[in-house]
Design a protein around this ligand. Structure first.
Ligand code: TMP
Length: 251
């Protein structure tokens, strides 16, 4: 990818993005960063790709704010423990969704919004598309309630770009379950509550992700199929570079 943005250019790009405010009768740009989310099933390779994208940005003198959901804030990390620990038995789908939104509201207030206001690039591993896919689709609560809560609780903060990794369902599940076993023996932490779900649950999540992508093709870039890590990375940086260039042109 032949694009290279200097820090100055990136700053300009960011300030040309967001809303515009009235100041002495003139419209002036209000600085706002770029909000990029990565989405996909457990085991779709998001964590690796976020690491690769962060390094790619760093080589262009751009230092993004990186976080994951659930988690990110101190309170969010505690909520994450409740949500992912398989000892949290009997959580109702509504409780699960409410906790996801509690975590997200805190992350927006503490991390995401301040970073965007400061003109930074925010890379978030999962956001409300995950709630729509997992609780809306997987738990069958439906999209409407998730989108309503998002408007109410998250002030409708929307990503500028979402990279949706969609390897085959089979490959994702094998990877996710293997990773959870490995992580648990390495850290003693049990984050396997979702991985223990049946394949039918994951099929519904997968379908809902595809539905979201079809509904919002401008925002959601689908990276589909069992591609190599390098191939996925190439597609990601192509989309990110395009967004940065668009921002630099102020379009
Ligand atoms: P991860 O951080 O390893 O991707 O794990 C987070 C798990 O939480 C994953 O199984 C997806 C699930 N999740 C939801 O069910 N709803 C949500 O809104 C989010 C953010 C995550």
């Amino acid at each position: 990818m032949g694009i290279s943005l200097s820090c100055g250019q990136a700053k300009w790009a960011r300030s040309s993005l967001g809303s515009r405010a009235l100041n002495s009768g003139r419209l002036v740009p209000v600085p706002r960063g770029i909000f990029i989310t990565l989405e996909g099933l457990d085991g779709s390779g998001k964590t690796t790709q976020i690491r690769r994208l962060t390094a790619w940005l760093a080589r262009r003198n751009i230092e993004p704010v990186v976080l994951r959901q659930p988690g990110g804030s101190a309170t969010g990390d505690r909520i994450r423990e409740i949500l992912l620990d398989s000892r949290s038995t009997g959580l109702t789908p509504m409780t699960e969704m409410a906790l996801m939104f509690a975590d997200r509201a805190q992350a927006i207030a503490e991390i995401i919004q301040p970073a965007l206001d400061a003109g930074k690039i925010v890379l978030c591993d999962r956001f409300t598309d995950s709630t729509e896919a997992y609780q809306g689709g997987g738990r069958e609560l439906g999209s409407e309630i998730v989108l309503d809560l998002h408007r109410l609780i998250c002030g409708n903060v929307q990503p500028d770009l979402t990279l949706l990794l969609l390897p085959s369902l089979e490959a994702s599940l094998i990877r996710a379950r293997r990773r959870n076993d490995r992580d648990q023996s390495a850290t003693g932490k049990d984050e396997g509550r979702f991985e223990a779900e049946q394949d039918a649950f994951y099929y519904r999540v997968w379908q809902k992700y595809r539905e979201i992508a079809a509904r919002e093709p401008e925002r959601v870039i689908r990276i589909e199929g069992d591609l190599s890590i390098d191939e996925v990375h190439e597609q990601i940086v192509e989309s990110v570079a395009e967004r940065l260039m668009t921002a630099t042109r102020g379009v």
